[in-house]
Ligand binder design. Structure first.
Ligand code: HEC
Length: 115
Protein backbone atom coordinates (compact mmCIF):
# COMPACT_ATOMS: atom_id res chain seq x y z
CA UNK A 1 0.00 0.00 0.00
CA UNK A 2 1.35 3.37 -1.00
CA UNK A 3 1.15 6.28 1.33
CA UNK A 4 0.55 9.74 0.03
CA UNK A 5 1.45 12.47 2.44
CA UNK A 6 -1.30 14.73 1.33
CA UNK A 7 -2.83 15.19 4.73
CA UNK A 8 -0.68 18.26 5.39
CA UNK A 9 -2.80 20.15 2.90
CA UNK A 10 -6.01 19.53 4.79
CA UNK A 11 -5.40 21.68 7.90
CA UNK A 12 -4.18 24.55 5.74
CA UNK A 13 -7.35 24.42 3.65
CA UNK A 14 -9.45 24.19 6.79
CA UNK A 15 -7.81 27.19 8.36
CA UNK A 16 -8.27 29.20 5.18
CA UNK A 17 -11.92 28.33 4.90
CA UNK A 18 -12.53 29.10 8.56
CA UNK A 19 -10.84 32.42 8.13
CA UNK A 20 -12.90 33.34 5.11
CA UNK A 21 -16.14 32.07 6.52
CA UNK A 22 -18.19 29.43 4.81
CA UNK A 23 -18.63 30.11 1.14
CA UNK A 24 -15.01 30.47 0.14
CA UNK A 25 -16.12 29.84 -3.43
CA UNK A 26 -17.88 33.19 -3.55
CA UNK A 27 -15.78 35.76 -5.36
CA UNK A 28 -16.72 38.37 -2.81
CA UNK A 29 -15.99 36.35 0.31
CA UNK A 30 -12.75 38.17 0.95
CA UNK A 31 -14.20 41.60 0.28
CA UNK A 32 -17.18 41.00 2.51
CA UNK A 33 -14.93 39.83 5.32
CA UNK A 34 -12.97 43.02 4.87
CA UNK A 35 -16.13 45.14 4.98
CA UNK A 36 -17.21 43.31 8.10
CA UNK A 37 -13.79 43.79 9.68
CA UNK A 38 -13.53 47.46 8.74
CA UNK A 39 -17.11 48.50 9.35
CA UNK A 40 -18.91 46.10 11.65
CA UNK A 41 -16.32 44.60 13.97
CA UNK A 42 -16.13 47.78 16.00
CA UNK A 43 -19.53 46.97 17.47
CA UNK A 44 -20.21 43.36 16.53
CA UNK A 45 -16.75 42.02 17.35
CA UNK A 46 -14.59 39.64 15.30
CA UNK A 47 -16.62 36.67 16.57
CA UNK A 48 -20.08 38.22 16.15
CA UNK A 49 -20.78 38.22 19.88
CA UNK A 50 -20.40 41.96 20.20
CA UNK A 51 -17.45 44.10 21.26
CA UNK A 52 -17.39 45.81 24.64
CA UNK A 53 -18.60 49.03 23.01
CA UNK A 54 -21.17 47.13 20.98
CA UNK A 55 -22.60 45.46 24.09
CA UNK A 56 -23.14 48.87 25.61
CA UNK A 57 -24.95 49.91 22.43
CA UNK A 58 -27.10 46.81 22.74
CA UNK A 59 -25.89 44.61 19.86
CA UNK A 60 -27.40 41.13 19.62
CA UNK A 61 -25.13 38.08 20.01
CA UNK A 62 -24.95 36.71 16.48
CA UNK A 63 -23.73 33.34 17.78
CA UNK A 64 -26.93 32.88 19.80
CA UNK A 65 -29.21 30.36 18.09
CA UNK A 66 -32.34 31.84 19.63
CA UNK A 67 -31.45 35.25 18.30
CA UNK A 68 -30.79 33.79 14.84
CA UNK A 69 -34.16 32.07 14.88
CA UNK A 70 -35.95 35.22 16.01
CA UNK A 71 -34.96 37.23 12.95
CA UNK A 72 -35.63 36.51 9.30
CA UNK A 73 -33.25 37.77 6.65
CA UNK A 74 -35.92 40.31 5.72
CA UNK A 75 -36.10 41.52 9.33
CA UNK A 76 -32.35 41.98 9.39
CA UNK A 77 -32.33 43.74 6.08
CA UNK A 78 -35.02 46.12 7.23
CA UNK A 79 -32.97 47.01 10.32
CA UNK A 80 -29.87 47.41 8.20
CA UNK A 81 -31.53 49.71 5.68
CA UNK A 82 -33.81 51.69 7.97
CA UNK A 83 -32.16 51.48 11.39
CA UNK A 84 -34.11 50.29 14.42
CA UNK A 85 -35.81 51.74 17.47
CA UNK A 86 -32.41 51.58 19.12
CA UNK A 87 -30.93 55.07 18.69
CA UNK A 88 -27.43 53.55 18.77
CA UNK A 89 -28.11 51.68 15.57
CA UNK A 90 -27.63 53.66 12.42
CA UNK A 91 -28.69 52.44 9.03
CA UNK A 92 -25.76 50.86 7.28
CA UNK A 93 -25.86 53.21 4.31
CA UNK A 94 -24.76 55.89 6.80
CA UNK A 95 -21.65 53.77 7.42
CA UNK A 96 -20.93 53.77 3.69
CA UNK A 97 -22.17 50.24 3.08
CA UNK A 98 -23.38 49.55 -0.45
CA UNK A 99 -26.94 48.18 -0.71
CA UNK A 100 -25.59 45.34 -2.87
CA UNK A 101 -23.41 44.18 0.04
CA UNK A 102 -26.31 43.73 2.45
CA UNK A 103 -27.24 40.18 1.42
CA UNK A 104 -23.64 38.93 1.60
CA UNK A 105 -23.29 40.66 4.99
CA UNK A 106 -26.40 38.87 6.24
CA UNK A 107 -24.68 35.61 5.22
CA UNK A 108 -21.67 36.63 7.31
CA UNK A 109 -23.97 37.34 10.23
CA UNK A 110 -25.74 33.99 9.74
CA UNK A 111 -22.38 32.22 9.59
CA UNK A 112 -21.67 33.33 13.17
CA UNK A 113 -24.76 31.38 14.14
CA UNK A 114 -23.36 28.29 12.48
CA UNK A 115 -25.58 28.50 9.40
C1 HEC B 1 -21.91 51.75 16.02
C2 HEC B 1 -22.08 50.34 16.32
C3 HEC B 1 -22.48 49.42 15.18
C4 HEC B 1 -21.85 49.20 13.98
C5 HEC B 1 -20.59 49.88 13.47
C6 HEC B 1 -22.61 48.17 13.30
N1 HEC B 1 -23.66 47.78 14.06
FE1 HEC B 1 -25.00 46.31 13.59
N2 HEC B 1 -25.99 46.68 15.32
C7 HEC B 1 -25.64 47.63 16.27
C8 HEC B 1 -26.66 47.67 17.32
C9 HEC B 1 -26.63 48.57 18.56
C10 HEC B 1 -27.63 46.70 16.96
C11 HEC B 1 -28.91 46.35 17.71
C12 HEC B 1 -30.06 47.13 17.15
C13 HEC B 1 -31.35 46.80 17.82
O1 HEC B 1 -31.45 45.79 18.51
O2 HEC B 1 -32.30 47.57 17.65
C14 HEC B 1 -27.17 46.11 15.70
C15 HEC B 1 -27.87 45.12 15.01
C16 HEC B 1 -27.45 44.56 13.84
C17 HEC B 1 -28.15 43.50 13.15
C18 HEC B 1 -29.42 42.84 13.61
C19 HEC B 1 -30.62 43.59 13.15
C20 HEC B 1 -31.87 42.89 13.56
O3 HEC B 1 -32.91 43.24 13.00
O4 HEC B 1 -31.86 41.97 14.39
C21 HEC B 1 -27.45 43.21 12.02
C22 HEC B 1 -27.81 42.16 10.99
C23 HEC B 1 -26.32 44.10 12.00
N3 HEC B 1 -26.34 44.90 13.12
C24 HEC B 1 -25.38 44.10 11.02
C25 HEC B 1 -24.33 44.99 10.97
C26 HEC B 1 -23.36 44.99 9.91
C27 HEC B 1 -23.34 44.02 8.75
C28 HEC B 1 -22.50 46.01 10.18
C29 HEC B 1 -21.33 46.50 9.34
C30 HEC B 1 -21.59 46.85 7.97
C31 HEC B 1 -22.93 46.63 11.43
N4 HEC B 1 -24.04 45.98 11.87
C32 HEC B 1 -22.28 47.69 12.04
C33 HEC B 1 -24.52 48.43 16.25
C34 HEC B 1 -23.63 48.52 15.22
Amino acid sequence: MKKFFTYCAIPVATICSLYLGFSTTSAHAGDIKKIYKDTCELCHGPDGKGSEAGKQFGVPDFTNADYQKSRTDADMKKSMTEGTKNPNYVKLSDLGVDAADLDPLIKVVRAFGGK
